[in-house]
Ligand binder design. Structure first.
Ligand code: PMT
Length: 227
């Protein structure tokens, strides 16, 4: 193994991955598209870089990566609880999860019947913005967010970086072929706080994960040099 690949030795990396599911009744839920592949690739890359890895994952079909502390959650509120529990141990957080921004206001105890109904209105309420909450108390932890976008990718991603007080944001144009949900490749731009943009070509999610972690390592080294 190359020395550069152990640059997170002694560090703990917390990764979120996959979708959240917000129940409507015992049978149905609303959710976001996400296979978990991008987040799991980050978790495995962090392991290869020598880090201790906590992977908090929504429901996926992926097998549990060996050597990673896997915490399974279903809803955004469960994700928040798990993230807040493990956050104090983390040096780096990479939030790749596709969190549902809204959830049904209430969960019906029994299956909602369609008989006698031509329409059904579901009232949704906002879920907590977990990353924004972390940004408020981040200290010297490195926070990396993702931004799944369908237009004005860089502008929207920069806004999220600022609003959530992140160190890096990975802008993900999910409209391009070979990019975003479910596929094994991704096309992203990594944006730093100082405005630097690294636009990557189509790469495997493994390679994308390594590039993201390399940028995080650079920030850690800079911080350690100046303190
Ligand atoms: O899982 P795959 O199939 O491999 O697909 C990968 C992906 C496209 C899901 C992934 O690369 C990606 O872009 N993930 C973020 C998707 C997203 O919904 O981003 P967002 O723009 O809604 O959220 C911005 C950031 O805030 C994200 O880091 C998100 O985890 C976080 N967030 C969002 C909402 C919320 N309520 N709480 C949060 O913490």
């Amino acid at each position: 193994m190359r020395k550069s690949q152990l640059e997170l030795k002694g560090k703990t990396v917390l990764v979120t991955a996959g979708p959240t599911q917000e129940p409507l009744d015992p049978i149905r839920f609303i959710s976001n598209r996400s296979s978990g592949k991008m987040g799991y690739a980050v978790a495995l890359a962090a392991l290869k870089f020598g880090a201790k890895v906590i992977l908090i994952s929504g429901p996926t079909h992926l097998s549990s990566p060996q050597g990673v502390n896997l915490v399974r959650i279903v809803t955004a509120r469960e994700l928040r609880e798990a993230v807040l529990k493990h956050f104090p141990k983390a040096d780096v957080v990479v939030a790749a999860a596709a969190v549902a921004d809204y959830r049904p206001e209430s969960k019906a105890a029994r299956k909602i019947r369609k008989e006698g109904r031509r329409e059904l209105t579901i009232r949704l309420v906002r879920n907590p913005d977990i990353l924004r909450e972390l940004g408020k108390t981040k200290g010297d932890k490195i926070l990396v967010g993702f931004a799944a976008e369908t237009g004005q990718m860089i502008t929207n991603a920069r806004e999220k970086l600022k609003k959530k007080n992140l160190d890096l944001i990975v802008a993900n144009d999910v409209t391009k072929k070979g990019s975003g949900f479910e596929v094994d490749t991704n096309i992203v731009s990594i944006i730093s706080r100082d405005g630097k943009i690294i636009s990557l070509p189509k790469l495997s999610k493994t390679r994308v994960a390594e590039r993201i972690l390399r940028e995080a390592v650079k920030i850690i080294k800079n911080t350690e040099r100046t303190t």
